[in-house]
Design a protein around this ligand. Structure first.
Ligand SMILES: [Ca+2]
Length: 276
């Protein structure tokens, strides 16, 4: 203790800066791009790399604060790090815009010490589906998500290929052994729906009969109430198409009841909804 006290005292006498006392003037902020373009769809992969550096001669602990206002969502709003002298930390930041975000110019402001950086963001028009699939590009939610590789948005990304499983192109819940789970898509305005196609996991390694969804209900939100419009039981196929008398729905939900693997997980590679 005595030796340490002497070292600290010596540092104070010599005017040295010990880590923790931030030399705010030495912090640097930069990005790898001059602007971020964002498409307001689920699973959008827009973003940038934040370069947070220390140009000083002493190590610092420092924070960078990111603010995107209320329209955009960021994967991180705070980057806290130890920054050795001359070191630049590179942090990937993803940027998303909810469906319905007005196309136009936005910005992200990053602050660290006395430094401030403004990064322009351009939000584009949402893409238009040309296949008649009402679930494509619309907001999707789930009872739980097994992140990071099985997000709910993977079930509406247009990729039906089970060989891409575990690469964010399908949904897997996060409550092993517990059913029911649910996956839901919500429309901008009421849509007439008469058919729902569900692609469950069916790869060479993980065939549907062993790992796919076995039992589920197809439900539609009509007005304020949820109606069960189809019941699937004992499924062993990779694709199950459910047709029913069309309903005018604001949302479609898959309520999962059982997997062919037994009490494990719900797995949906793609969910599609059509008028008929
Ligand atoms: Ca998919």
């Amino acid at each position: 203790m005595r030796a340490r006290a002497i070292v600290v005292l010596a540092a104070m006498v010599l005017g040295a800066v010990v880590p923790g006392s931030v030399d705010r003037q030495s912090l640097t902020l930069a990005t790898d791009v001059a602007q971020v373009a964002v498409t307001p769809v689920p699973c959008s992969t827009s973003g940038f790399e934040l370069r947070f550096g220390n140009s000083g001669k002493t190590a610092v602990y420092a924070d960078a604060f990111l603010d995107a206002g209320t329209s955009l969502t960021l994967s991180r709003k705070l980057v806290s790090s130890y920054l050795p002298p001359g070191y630049t930390l590179k942090v990937p930041i993803s940027v998303n815009a909810p469906r319905g975000t007005a196309p136009g110019s936005y910005s992200i402001v990053v602050k660290a010490g006395s430094q401030k950086l403004t990064l322009p963001v351009q939000v584009g028009e949402p893409p238009t589906d040309t296949t008649g699939n009402l679930a494509r590009y619309v907001p999707v939610t789930a009872s739980s998500e097994h992140l990071p590789v099985y997000p709910a948005c993977g079930a509406v990304d247009g990729d039906r290929d089970s060989e891409h499983w575990a690469k964010t192109t399908g949904w897997n819940d996060a409550t092993k052994g517990t059913f029911p789970d649910w996956l839901q898509v919500a429309f901008d305005q009421p849509q007439s729906v008469g058919r729902v196609d569900l692609y469950t996991l069916n790869s060479k390694q993980y065939p549907a009969a062993g790992y796919g969804l076995k039992d589920w209900d197809v439900q539609a939100q009509v007005g304020a109430t949820w109606q069960t419009v189809a019941e699937v039981r004992g499924n062993t196929a990779g694709l199950k198409s459910s047709t029913f008398t069309p309903v005018t729905a604001t949302a479609i939900r898959i309520r999962t009841l059982a997997s062919n693997e037994g009490p494990t997980y719900s797995r949906i590679v793609e969910l599609e909804a059509y008028r008929s």
